[in-house]
Design a protein around this ligand. Structure first.
Ligand SMILES: O=C(O)/C=C/C(=O)CC(=O)CC(=O)O
Ligand SMILES: [Ca+2]
Ligand SMILES: [Mg+2]
Length: 396
């Protein structure tokens, strides 16, 4: 089963998105094989929710806060269980858009397997975890303006990479274009500058989740990142799914996170942390290449949110913070891990081989989670095809 299966999108899932049936973008909810127009549905029910839904994006709804989000979900479930086929459009008949305006973007680094794998590749001979890793959720501020909806072409970026020996750098299209499987948390309710958000209040702020592919140019990244961190190697495109799944839909997927291995400062503990039993699948040109599990991710979204704001930094509606690459042992969430930085070829069932991504390659990430009943629920997909660099000549 892939998470595009309609059965994954019953009343227990109901992810929100933005679709265009031909007359402009509208807010909708994915339901089975289609998308239901929420302005039309709420207008027919004479619900005041129509004001939040009669919009070209989810922005107004995101800003409305937890009480409204929960009421809306119950109402939509009720309406769809009584009049399931009204105000629906087949997915094939609509265009899907970026669901919300992304405010700030933070990318964490919360999978221990991924952190240790990358350490080995980027910093051989050094300890597998930096001293900070078990003490705080390491992350960096990313580039919100280049977050693009699923399906947007991913143009091979240009940049500098290390030259031979200690020689000058080389410039040209990246030779190490990679994908990163991530889960994104979408902030609905903002916060006040100077006032940290306690992790126990995370649910007042986190509206839901979206799939993320944090495209990465590993050669550009490796040359530029010391000492300030990722810059151009990750800022050229970050793809997000079209569907934002409300956090309540994941209640049945909640599990304890992996055991803490070090005592934490009080601001990072003291509530019932949200581990999540989400299974991802990554396909390259249609072939399944990895199936990472979110349950192995060490730092939780509550801890990430508490850490992000402990300095007094404020949240804005539309902020996106991503888990970091989700890697499990034997099922990593990136090609740098799968191919040991290109030293090992990945054999695809069609007889071709890959190390890093080639022009024309298509990557599709999907995910599912347990629902409240026997059926699983879907988190949609995030898809991207690699387009050639606009610069043909390398300078050396
Ligand atoms: O270990 C490093 O130097 C680099 C790590 C990454 O590239 C990963 C990153 O973007 C954060 C993540 O996705 O986990
Ligand atoms: Ca990342
Ligand atoms: Mg990025």
């Amino acid at each position: 089963m892939t998470s595009t299966d309609d059965a994954l999108y019953g009343l227990d899932a109901l992810p929100y998105g933005v679709f265009d049936p031909g007359q402009g973008p509208r807010v909708g909810v994915r339901f089975g094989p289609g998308v239901v127009d929420l302005a039309a549905l709420s207008a027919a029910a004479h619900s005041p929710l129509v004001e939040l839904f009669d919009q070209p994006s989810l922005d107004a709804f995101l800003a409305a806060g937890r009480t409204v989000w929960s009421q809306a979900r119950s109402k939509v479930q009720e309406w769809l269980s009584t009049t399931p086929s009204e105000h629906g459009h087949r997915l094939a008949d609509v265009d899907l858009h970026q669901p919300f305006t992304v405010a700030d973007y933070v990318d964490f680094y919360s999978s221990r397997v991924h952190a240790e794998n990358l350490s080995q590749i980027f910093r051989p001979g050094q300890p597998p975890l930096q001293q900070n890793w078990l003490s705080l959720p390491v992350g960096y501020h990313g580039r919100a303006g280049t977050i693009v909806p699923s399906g947007t072409p991913v143009v091979r970026p240009n940049g500098q990479r290390a030259g031979a020996g200690a020689g000058p750098s080389e410039f040209g299209p990246t030779r190490k274009l990679d994908l990163e499987v991530e889960l994104g948390f979408v902030v609905g309710r903002g916060s006040t500058l100077g006032t940290p958000v306690p992790g126990g209040d995370a649910r007042e702020h986190i509206f839901g989740v979206v799939l993320v592919d944090d495209w990465s140019a590993r050669d550009i990244q490796a040359f530029e990142y010391v000492p300030l961190g990722p810059m151009l190697g990750k800022s050229f495109a970050t793809s997000i799914g079209h569907w934002v799944l409300p956090i309540e839909a994941l209640d049945a997927a909640r599990i304890p996170p992996p055991p803490r291995e070090q005592a934490l400062h009080p601001y990072l503990t003291g509530w019932n942390d949200m581990g999540l039993d989400i299974d991802f699948e990554v396909r390259l040109n249609g072939h399944l290449i990895s199936a990472p599990r979110y349950r192995d991710v060490y730092w939780t979204p509550e801890q990430q949110l508490a850490h992000l704001t402990i300095s007094g930094a404020s949240l804005r509606s539309g902020d996106l913070f991503a888990s970091g690459t989700v890697s499990s042992i034997g099922n990593p969430g990136s090609l740098i891990e799968l191919t040991l930085d290109g030293r090992r070829q990945l054999a695809l069932p069609d007889g071709r081989q890959r190390t890093y991504l080639e022009d024309g390659d298509e990557v599709v990430i999907t995910a599912t989670a347990p629902g409240p009943g026997v059926a699983r629920i879907g988190l949609g997909e995030v898809r991207g095809t690699i387009y050639p660099s606009p610069i043909e000549q390398e300078d050396n």
